[in-house]
Design a protein. Structure first.
Length: 415
């Protein structure tokens, strides 16, 4: 009896094993569910007004530059300025030996006095001859000679006055004055040097740098496109007096003051194919010095029909053309070739290739291919995404008594 009861007990595990095996085979034959469409983040683009800016390289140049040169010959007796300092218009910079020019002035004064005395004598003689010729006491020829001598004496007086003026001017040139207000550079002559007016000896240079010019270089083709957009009405200019210019220094920092556009040259450089654009900036603290390399951003106008696309949503194909993946109304992905105009912040300005309301993929591009069906989710701003994300939980620092964490291979096996 005991042996007969034990036989069903030995056959029970075999029956259970057979049921498990049949269940596994059944589940293996069940077809897998179809994979869901990948999810991508999109940005819906719209047309709007965008300021058109142009960034150009350039160099600074002084607002006024005056080269102080010798206008008379002589020895430099004194220098009356500190190199690199600010000088005022009319301030004396050098003193040239005035003695020869003072002597010339005295000689001219004496010559004038002699001519004036002779004029007085000739005037009196002409007056007497006028009375005598009426009474036939002298001939008409003698009277005419007296009148002529009076005129010559008057001309000698005028010549003497001009000589005095010339002598005074030359004497004034011995005091070399600054023609403008600005900062003076190093002196080119020293005390005791001989300067010449005929050689126009350079003595010093004064530059006014507040305000200061910024001369920029623009390709002629860019200016041509700008004029074409204005002619077609696509671009509205701010005007030459309203166009603001932002300046960036050599180290990349932005200059605090804003400049204004002055003019654009009408002559194209045949060597570089560019034109000069000049802007003016205030420079009260002398941050900008002549000759510095800078970059300027000019607000040329406003495009009222522009489309902006985030830069992350634009790629370039092997041919170098800008492209974007767009999700259509049927949720299928298509490739659009774009024609870009420039940038506005962290966005591209698209001229052709997109329409108002297109949905451009900005995240998840690596998951899809053209023609694929996707689930489009409107992208959220960075601040909203950061707020909605789950907080990060800090992991406990392990100690010597704490159990060691399982390795990746052990976790996989447990699962």
């Amino acid at each position: 009896m005991n042996s007969q009861r034990a036989r069903p007990a030995r056959g029970l595990p075999a029956a259970v094993l057979l049921a498990v095996t049949l269940g596994a085979c059944t589940s293996a034959k069940t077809p897998a569910s179809a994979p869901s469409a990948p999810q991508v983040s999109v940005v819906t683009v719209h047309r709007g007004s965008v300021p058109v800016t142009t960034e150009l390289p350039g160099r600074t140049s002084a607002y006024l530059v005056a080269q102080v040169r010798a206008r008379v010959d002589g020895i430099v007796l004194k220098r009356d300025f500190i190199e690199g300092s600010e000088v005022r218009a009319g301030q004396r910079l050098y003193q040239i030996d005035p003695a020869p020019y003072q002597a010339s002035l005295n000689s001219a004064i004496a010559s004038l006095q002699k001519a004036q005395a002779n004029l007085a004598s000739m005037t009196a003689q002409a007056g007497r001859y006028k009375v005598l010729v009426a009474a036939n006491a002298v001939s008409q020829q003698d009277y005419d000679n007296a009148v002529s001598s009076q005129g010559q004496a008057a001309a000698d007086v005028a010549t003497g006055q001009a000589s005095i003026t010339t002598a005074q001017i030359n004497l004034g040139y011995t005091s070399v004055l600054s023609p403008i207000t600005g900062r003076i550079g190093p002196s080119q002559v020293t005390q005791g040097a001989y300067v010449q007016a005929s050689a126009a000896t350079l003595m010093a240079t004064v530059q006014q740098i507040d305000p200061i010019y910024v001369d920029l270089t623009q390709a002629s083709v860019e200016g041509l496109q700008l004029r074409r957009d204005v002619a077609t009405g696509r671009l509205k200019l701010n005007g030459p007096n309203q166009a603001k210019v932002t300046l960036f220094l050599e180290d990349g920092t932005q200059y605090p003051a804003t400049g204004s556009l002055q003019f654009t040259d009408i002559t194209v450089d045949q060597g570089t194919g560019s034109v000069t654009v000049r802007a003016i900036f205030p420079n009260p603290r002398s941050v900008l010095l002549p000759g510095m390399f800078v970059r300027a951003r000019i607000e040329e106008g406003v495009d009222d029909n522009a489309i902006l696309v985030p830069q992350v949503g634009v790629t370039h194909d092997p041919a170098g053309q800008a492209t974007a993946l767009v999700v259509g109304s049927d949720n299928k992905v298509t490739v659009h070739t774009l024609q870009l105009r420039g940038t506005s912040g962290n966005q591209w300005i698209v001229e052709h290739g997109l329409e108002d309301g297109d949905r451009v993929i900005v995240a998840g591009v690596q998951k899809v291919q053209p023609g694929a069906v996707v689930q489009a989710v409107e992208s959220q701003p960075a601040g909203a995404a950061a707020t909605s994300s789950a907080p990060v939980t800090a992991e406990p620092v392990p100690t010597a008594d704490s159990p060691k964490p399982a390795s990746r291979a052990t976790i996989a096996r447990v699962k």
